[in-house]
Design a protein around this ligand. Structure first.
Ligand SMILES: NC(=O)c1ccc[n+]([C@@H]2O[C@H](COP(=O)([O-])OP(=O)(O)OC[C@H]3O[C@@H](n4cnc5c(N)ncnc54)[C@H](OP(=O)(O)O)[C@@H]3O)[C@@H](O)[C@H]2O)c1
Length: 337
């Protein structure tokens, strides 16, 4: 089957050491709705379509199925390893001494790879919740953020780079106060930070903070995650694709509002990692970043769509003395204890 987009056509961003990463990738979290098999099939179709960046994680429960697809694609010479950019993440129950290496080794085994390109600390807390749990569940052993504990986890990530098991390391779900505390302590700086980014949640301060430090923002839930797990849905949530400005721009370009979100993301400078198991959608999601960009005026108008509307609130990670989910995100500008 002919590739929809050739590898050389996909624009890239330059990471801090001069290495490259595609401007758009494919997410692989099935949101408790799509099976590992369905996600792996999307990865298979995604590789055929021309995706080269895949955002994986141990806790998505599908790396073994994705690994089969990656191995086949390389054996059949559809893609070479060095053309792929594969990320994975250590889950919250694997932050302890020696556990990060174990988590990485398991992901590499499941993904059938010798190395990943980027290894993330998924959440900056060792606070575990079971897959498929509901939004009210709390783990009594959960703790607030600790610089010392986080650095223990990060040191292990640095060792993964030393050992050649990952090319880059990154953090996810961080805040500026947490970054201020840990970045000066890092021997190896994060190449990228994964964060929630979509038109109604633009996080301009955190975004600028990362860019100023040569850290590439990777944006999750780029279209406002309409199929996110029910535990992550609340009455205050807005739907990005239904915002009047987004819909007006979509009409002007004759495209689906989802694609406005992605064109905006790429033009702004973050790397969106849209998820879809639907072939028509994931092909559009890749193609749209190559053609018909938003105008400067439309990019300006998109700024006004921001409502500071966080969707993935993380409430299941709260520690017993925390007041609200906001405490996870340090709203007062200091690390919340
Ligand atoms: N680091 C973290 O903590 C973290 C957290 C969350 C997510 N992520 C990553 O980010 C990825 C993306 O996030 P997400 O899946 O939550 O949100 P998303 O990509 O914003 O939304 C995905 C959903 O949007 C719909 N969609 C996709 N393409 C479309 C199109 N062209 N037209 C219309 N609708 C379209 C689909 O809904 P239907 O299926 O209903 O059609 C799809 O399931 C995840 O897969 C994961 O890799 C990371």
């Amino acid at each position: 089957m002919e590739q929809t987009v050739k590898t050389a056509e996909i624009p890239v961003r330059i990471l801090r050491d001069g290495g490259t990463i595609p401007v758009v990738g494919m997410g692989t979290f099935g949101s408790d709705r799509y099976t590992p098999e369905q996600v792996a099939e999307a990865v298979r179709g995604g590789i055929q379509a021309g995706y080269r960046l895949f955002d994986c994680a141990a806790c998505y429960g599908n790396e073994d199925k994705i690994g089969v697809v990656l191995e086949e694609a390389m054996e059949q010479e559809i893609v070479r390893r060095e053309e792929l950019f594969i990320t994975t993440k250590v889950w919250n129950d694997m932050h302890g001494k020696g556990d990060v290496l174990l988590s990485c080794a398991r992901s590499l085994r499941d993904l059938r790879l010798d190395y990943v390109d980027l290894f993330f600390v998924h959440w900056p807390f060792p606070n575990y919740h079971a897959p498929f749990c509901d939004g009210d569940s709390r783990n009594p052993n959960s703790k607030p953020f600790s610089v010392e504990e986080f650095m223990g986890t990060w040191r292990q990530c640095e060792r993964l780079v030393d050992m050649g098991l990952t090319r880059y390391i990154g953090m996810s779900n961080m805040t500026i106060p947490k970054l201020e505390a840990v970045l000066p302590l890092c021997r190896i700086q994060p190449a990228a930070i994964e964060m929630e980014l979509h038109p109604c949640f633009q996080q301009p301060e955190l975004f600028d903070y990362c860019v100023r430090r040569g850290i590439q923002p990777i944006g999750y839930c780029p279209m406002g995650s309409p199929s996110r797990p029910d535990r992550d849905k609340t009455a205050e949530d807005l739907a990005d694709m239904e915002m009047p400005e987004v819909q007006a721009i979509a009409r002007a370009h004759g495209i689906h509002p989802a694609l406005v979100c992605l064109k905006w993301a790429v033009a702004r400078g973050q790397i969106p990692i849209p998820f879809s198991v639907k072939k028509e959608q994931y092909i559009q999601n890749l193609r749209c970043v190559l053609e018909d960009p938003l105008t400067e005026e439309e990019m300006e108008r998109m700024k006004s769509v921001d409502r500071n509307n966080r969707l993935i609130k993380g409430q299941v990670f709260l520690w017993p003395t925390a007041q609200t989910w906001q405490d996870l995100w340090d709203p007062a500008g200091t690390i919340c204890q």
